[in-house]
Design a protein around this ligand. Structure first.
Ligand code: NAG
Ligand code: NAG
Ligand code: NAG
Ligand code: NAG
Length: 378
C-alpha cells in the first residue's frame, strides 16, 4: 500500500525550515537522564563505590553501578532507541557521552536534604546538583568538541535529545524515615514539585524540547518501607502493600500530573510524556503469578524477616548466623522475582515494566517511546 506520509513529508519539509513534521519514528541523538537509583547507571558508584556483587550478575556479570541484578528501565529504553547504555556523568573511567549522559545517582531526591548520606542514605546529589552538572555539560560540550569529538554529543543533541526524569521517590520515603507523618510529607509536595519544575524549565531554556517523565512507584510495596515504617495489618491491601504509603505516592503523582499539564501550557514548544510507572509496577505486583513471577514482595537478594529483608544486612553483605558467616547473595532464580534487594527491582521486573510502557499504554498522552517527539524535529 502506498504510504501517504512518505509522499507528504517532502511537502511538509517546505513549510518550515526549522520545524519538520514527520510521521515516522523519532531519531533521538541522545538521552539525558535525571533521577535516583531507579535509573542510576554508575553515578553513585563513581562517587561512593560500586554496589557489591551479586549486583549486576544476571546481565553484566559484574557490578555495573546499578542497584539490580541487571538492566534498569533506562537501559531498556536507550537500547530500544538504538543508543548505547548511558554513561554516568560523574564516572571518570571509560565514559562516552556521544549519545547522552546520566545525572542520576542512587538516593537522590528532588529537594536538597539536610542530612548526610551517612545519616539517612540519601545522596547529596539532589536534582538541583544534577542540574548544575547538566549546565556544566551543556556549556562545556561545544568548547571541548575539537578534542573530544568521539566522546561528547554534537551541540544539536541538546535540542533534539530526549530528556528523561525518574525522581521523587526518595523525597517521600526520606521524609517518612525522618518520622514525618504522611500529612507532613504531603504538605512538602508543593515545594518538592516547585523545584522539579524549575529544573524542567531550565532544560527547556537551554533548548530541550522532548521530555519523558516517570511518576513515582508504589513505595508501599517495597520491603524496606514495609519492614521499617510503622504499619499495622489493617493498613495492608490485598497484595500486602501498605495503603497509606501507596496513597502518598498516588497523591504525589496526581500533583506531578497537574504540574505536567501546567508545563504544557507554559512551555508550548515542549513535548512532554507523563508515564504512569506506579500503575505499571503495581499491575506487575498484583498480577505477578499471571506474569510468571513468584511471591511478589519477597526479596531476591536479602536476609531475614518476613520479606527476606533487613536494613542492616544489605545485598552483597555478610551476616553472622549462629556463629557462621553467611554471604547475602541472590535467590535461585532472579528471573521469576520482582524485588531485587528490598528497594530496587530485578532486571526481569524492569524488563516487564519496560515492555508495557514502551507502547504508550501507561502514558499520557498514550504515545510510544519511539514517538516521544510526536513527529516534531527541531
Ligand atoms: C532543610 O532546611 C531548610 C532550612 O530550615 C528548609 O527550608 C528545607 O525545607 C529543609 N529541607 C528539607 C528537605 O527538609
Ligand atoms: C563513543 O561512542 C560512539 C558511539 O557509540 C563511538 O562512535 C565512538 O567511537 C566512541 N568513542 C570512543 C573514544 O570510543
Ligand atoms: C524515628 O522514630 C523511631 C522510633 O521512635 C526512632 O527510633 C528514630 O530514631 C526516629 N528517627 C529520627 C530520624 O528521628
Ligand atoms: C502494550 O504492550 C503490552 C506488552 O506487550 C501489551 O500487553 C499491551 O496490550 C500493549 N498495549 C497496546 C495499547 O498496544
Amino acid at each position: 500500500m502506498l504510504n501517504l506520509a512518505s509522499v507528504l513529508s517532502p511537502l511538509l519539509l517546505l513549510l518550515s525550515t526549522k520545524l519538520v513534521i514527520a510521521t515516522t519514528r523519532c531519531h533521538f541523538p541522545a538521552v539525558i537522564n535525571f533521577g535516583d537509583s531507579n535509573s542510576d547507571t554508575g553515578g553513585l558508584a563513581a562517587a561512593f563505590g560500586q554496589p557489591p556483587p551479586p549486583n549486576g550478575d544476571t546481565f553484566f556479570h559484574r557490578p555495573a553501578g546499578r542497584y539490580s541484578d541487571g538492566r534498569l528501565l533506562i537501559d531498556f529504553m536507550v537500547q530500544s532507541l538504538g543508543l548505547p547504555y548511558l554513561s554516568a556523568f560523574l564516572d571518570a573511567l571509560g565514559s562516552n557521552f556521544t549519545h547522552g549522559a546520566n545525572f542520576a545517582t542512587g538516593g537522590s531526591t528532588i529537594r536538597p536534604q539536610n542530612t548526610t548520606r551517612h545519616q539517612s542514605g540519601l545522596s547529596p546529589i539532589s536534582l538541583s546538583v544534577q542540574s548544575y552538572q547538566f549546565n556544566d555539560f551543556y556549556t562545556r560540550t561545544p568548547k571541548v568538541q575539537g578534542f573530544f569529538k568521539e566522546l561528547v554529543p554534537k551541540p544539536e543533541a541538546f535540542t533534539r535529545g530526549l530528556y528523561t526524569f525518574d525522581i521523587g521517590q526518595n523525597d517521600l520515603t526520606g521524609g517518612l524515615f525522618l518520622n514525618l507523618t504522611v500529612d507532613q510529607v504531603k504538605a512538602s509536595i508543593p515545594d518538592i514539585l516547585g523545584q522539579f519544575k524549575a529544573v524542567v524549565k531550565d532544560v527547556h531554556d537551554k533548548g530541550g524540547r522532548f521530555f519523558w517523565i516517570h511518576n513515582t512507584g508504589p513505595i508501599g510495596c517495597l520491603p524496606y518501607v514495609l519492614e521499617h515504617l510503622p504499619i499495622n495489618e489493617q493498613q495492608l491491601d490485598s497484595n500486602g502493600c501498605a495503603n497509606p504509603f501507596n496513597e502518598l505516592a498516588r497523591f504525589f503523582n496526581h500533583r506531578l500530573k497537574d504540574l505536567v499539564n501546567r508545563l504544557r501550557e507554559e512551555l508550548p514548544k515542549a513535548v512532554i510524556t507523563y508515564v504512569d510507572i506506579y500503575k505499571a509496577r503495581y499491575t506487575l505486583i498484583s498480577q505477578a503469578r499471571e506474569n510468571g513471577f513468584e511471591h511478589p514482595l519477597i526479596v531476591c537478594c536479602g536476609y531475614g524477616g518476613k520479606y527476606k529483608y533487613n536494613i542492616r544486612v544489605g545485598c552483597g553483605g555478610r551476616v553472622s548466623d549462629k556463629g557462621k558467616e553467611i554471604f547475602v547473595g541472590a535467590c535461585k532464580d532472579p528471573s521469576v522475582t520482582i524485588i531485587w534487594d528490598g528497594i530496587h527491582y530485578t532486571e526481569a521486573a524492569n524488563k516487564w515494566v519496560f515492555d508495557h510502557i514502551m507502547n504508550g499504554s501507561y502514558s499520557d498522552p498514550p504515545a510510544p517511546l519511539l514517538m516521544a517527539c510526536r513527529g516534531l524535529v527541531y
